[in-house]
Design a protein around this ligand. Structure first.
Ligand SMILES: Cc1cc2nc3c(=O)[nH]c(=O)nc-3n(C[C@H](O)[C@H](O)[C@H](O)COP(=O)(O)OP(=O)(O)OC[C@H]3O[C@@H](n4cnc5c(N)ncnc54)[C@H](O)[C@@H]3O)c2cc1C
Length: 419
């Protein structure tokens, strides 16, 4: 008899976990407060999700990359906007491909796939009472309910690892069509176009695959609270958000306005605004009955979207959970094992990914500044810099230490002497 596992929450983390465990022969019940049709038709995306190559490869491993290579993003084109003018510009091509797929398409398709592969789907809003019953009836209960408030209460915040106790940016995300991308001079390949304003925040354009399977763009504004970019707070519709975005672009990056002037929201739910504090939680929650539950995805670690790391970390933490469950054989899924399982992910990926992402929220330090300046001059440095978004372990320790950053740049730019 195969072991019974419950998963709560059918976002990309819960769905990947559910499908990965079904494929490995476990009896999986997935509890979701929305159907596949709700995901596709009725809700806003829970995020934007430019998926890095390493995560796309995991999706491929489970046969879940239904959109082929659409849309391929091959690098990042980053401009520092200084005193209202375009300043140093870094155009780096990543070693692999990044993808931006509408989460409404992804999650609805994966939900159907889960059932087709033999998983048991229960449509239910899980509260504490239901969670107690679920945990009592399964050998392992995994929570992948995103940033849902109740789950935040089940898993204690790790104050030391979280770093922040309040939002660092006010966010607005819009999925738009009719962008005149040919007006973006610069990268000669499909690129994420990133504008960084040291005082105001950041905004970036991501080539995107909308749920209707049309190519478009997603724009994400990361506004520092109280600054001139922080103007989406009162916005009550996506259309209004698009007009505010055009106004900001006309005022602050007029050289991009021709690309933006005709853009329109792709569908009325194709937008999102809000703010949350980046948070790392204790990976094991103890319910009033004493039963334990485990966290993955945003429930375990919620990232500010600035570095495109949150969803990727969610895929990696999930892959780690699947691997460790399988490796556990028939031994109990006890508390120490759950802690060790999370620690394995934290040490291998989560810690570096979270640290790098948080670095982007802070004023640029000398080491990172020297690398960005060198990347604007040397293609090899730009390509190297961009390639580490895939696995941010590659940024450390040189991204934080000026002497190591200097040595790193020298190593990249100094040609080897012929033998
Ligand atoms: C604006 C924005 C931009 C982003 N951009 C990127 C990016 O470019 N790259 C990247 O890697 N990441 C990005 N992220 C992060 C990424 O979108 C998230 O990390 C990821 O989608 C989280 O997936 P998840 O499955 O953990 O949670 P969610 O997607 O939040 O899914 C949780 C699911 O659980 C369900 N649920 C909640 N409570 C219950 C309950 N009580 N009972 C039953 N079901 C429940 C919800 O309805 C939902 O379906 C971005 C996030 C935001 C907000």
């Amino acid at each position: 008899m195969s072991r019974k596992i419950a998963i709560v929450g059918a976002g990309q983390a819960g769905l990947l976990c559910a499908i990965g465990l079904v494929d490995n022969g476990y009896q999986v019940t997935l509890y979701s407060d929305r159907t596949a049709s709700n995901w596709f038709n009725d809700v806003t995306p829970t995020g934007l999700n430019g998926t890095q190559k390493a995560s796309v490869e995991i999706e491929h491993q489970y046969g879940l990359d239904f959109w082929g290579t659409e849309p391929q993003i091959e690098g990042i084109d980053l401009t520092l906007v200084l005193n209202g003018q375009p300043g140093p510009r870094l155009i780096g091509r990543a070693a692999g491909t990044m993808q931006g797929v509408d989460l409404r398409l992804k999650c609805s398709r994966w939900m159907d796939e889960f059932e087709q592969r033999g998983g048991n789907l229960v449509i239910q809003q899980v509260g504490l009472k239901e969670l107690e019953q679920i945990a009592a009836n399964h050998e392992l209960t995994i929570i992948a309910a995103g940033k849902a408030k109740l789950m935040g209460e089940v898993f204690e915040r790790d104050a030391e690892r979280s770093v922040y106790d309040r939002p660092q940016r006010n966010l607005a995300m819009l999925i738009v069509k009719d962008v005149h991308a040919e007006q973006f001079s610069g990268a000669k390949f499909p690129a994420l176009k990133f504008n960084l304003f040291p005082e105001l925040g950041e905004y970036f354009w991501l080539p995107f695959f909308h749920k209707s399977q049309q190519r478009c763009y997603s724009i994400l504004f990361e506004a520092k609270p109280g600054g001139a970019m922080d103007r989406f707070g009162g916005c009550s519709s996506g259309e209004e958000g698009v007009e505010i975005a055009k106004q900001f672009i006309r005022e602050h990056t007029p050289w991009e306005y021709d690309a933006a002037k005709d853009m329109q929201l792709v569908d009325e739910k194709a937008w999102l605004k809000g703010a949350f504090a980046p948070t790392v939680r204790h990976p094991v929650g103890r319910l009033p009955s004493g039963n334990i539950v485990a966290a993955i995805g945003d429930t375990a670690m919620a990232f500010d979207p600035i570095g495109g790391q949150g969803g990727n970390n969610g895929i990696q933490i999930t892959q780690n959970m699947i691997e460790q469950v399988v490796a556990r054989g028939s031994d109990p899924f006890d508390e120490q094992w759950l802690i060790d399982t999370f620690e394995r992910h934290w040490q291998r990926f989560g810690k570096a990914s979270y640290a790098f992402n948080n670095l982007l929220l802070e004023p640029i330090e000398p080491a990172a500044a020297s690398v960005i300046m060198a990347a604007a001059e040397h293609q090899v440095v730009a390509d190297d810099f961009i390639s580490h978004f895939n696995n941010p372990n590659g940024f450390f320790p040189w991204i934080e230490q000026p002497d190591l950053a200097k040595a790193h740049i020298e190593k990249l730019t100094t040609k080897k002497e012929p033998q």
